[in-house]
Design a protein around this ligand. Structure first.
Ligand code: CU
Length: 197
C-alpha cells in the first residue's frame, strides 16, 4: 500500500497524457468498477461505487481514503450514478460560508444522503467533499453517525471525454490545518476520473 510520492507523480503525469489509468489501477488502492446499466436519455447510465475508509481502518492514522480514487467512465455523454459510502464519523468542518458545503454540478443540483434529497450540508457537519473543479461538480459528504455508514448518491453527466481531477476540499488530512498527508497525495483525497471518447 505504501507508494512513494514520486511514483504517484510519475503516474499522474502518465495520466495527463492519457492511457496510464489501468497501470495505476493495478497499484492497489485504485481498482475501478464501472458497470453498464439501463440506458438514460442522452447516454448510458453507469454506476460507480466508492468507499471512504478511515485512516484507522487502514492502520494509518489521519489518512482517510477514497476507494477507488481513479476510475473510468465508458463514454462521453454517459450519466454516472455515484454512490459514496463513508465509514468516517469524524468531521473536517468547512468555513461557515464555504461554497463547498453546497452541492453543485449534479443532475438537479442535488445529492441524496441516506436517501434524503439535499442541496447543501451544514459546514460544521462536513467530513469530505468530492470536487471536480473543471466540471463545477461538488458532492458533500457529512460525517457518518458513530458506528454507522452514511451513503451519498448523485448523478453526474459527463459531457466531454477527458481526464478530470477531483479533490476533497474539507481539511481532513494531517498537520495543524488538516491540509497535509492524504489531501496532497493522489490515490487518497485526490484522484482522477477518465472519461473515454
Ligand atoms: Cu477528505
Amino acid at each position: 500500500m505504501k507508494i512513494g510520492l514520486r511514483r504517484y507523480a510519475m503516474l499522474a503525469t502518465g495520466l495527463a497524457v492519457g492511457g496510464a489509468l489501468m497501470a495505476l489501477a493495478a497499484c492497489g488502492s485504485a481498482a475501478s468498477t464501472v458497470s453498464a446499466a439501463a440506458p438514460a436519455a442522452g447516454g448510458t447510465l453507469v454506476h460507480q461505487s466508492i468507499r471512504i475508509v478511515t485512516g484507522k481502518m487502514l492502520h494509518k492514522a489521519g489518512w482517510p481514503q477514497y476507494q477507488p480514487a481513479f476510475w473510468t467512465v465508458p463514454a462521453a455523454g454517459d450519466t454516472v450514478l455515484v454512490t459514496i459510502t463513508s465509514y468516517d464519523d469524524g468531521t473536517a468542518p468547512l468555513a461557515a460560508r464555504s461554497p463547498y458545503a453546497q452541492v453543485a454540478g449534479t443532475v438537479n443540483g442535488t445529492e441524496t444522503v441516506n436517501g434524503k434529497v439535499m442541496r447543501s450540508i451544514p459546514a460544521a457537519q462536513v467530513a469530505h467533499t468530492f470536487t471536480m473543479p473543471a466540471l463545477g461538480v461538488n458532492l458533500v459528504i457529512p460525517a457518518a453517525p458513530k458506528g454507522h455508514t452514511v451513503t451519498v448518491q448523485a448523478m453526474i453527466r459527463f459531457g466531454k471525454a477527458g481526464t478530470y481531477a477531483w479533490i476533497c476540499e474539507a481539511p481532513c488530512g494531517t498537520g495543524s490545518l488538516g491540509l497535509g498527508g492524504p489531501m496532497v497525495t493522489p490515490g487518497w483525497m485526490t484522484g482522477m476520473v477518465s472519461v473515454q471518447g
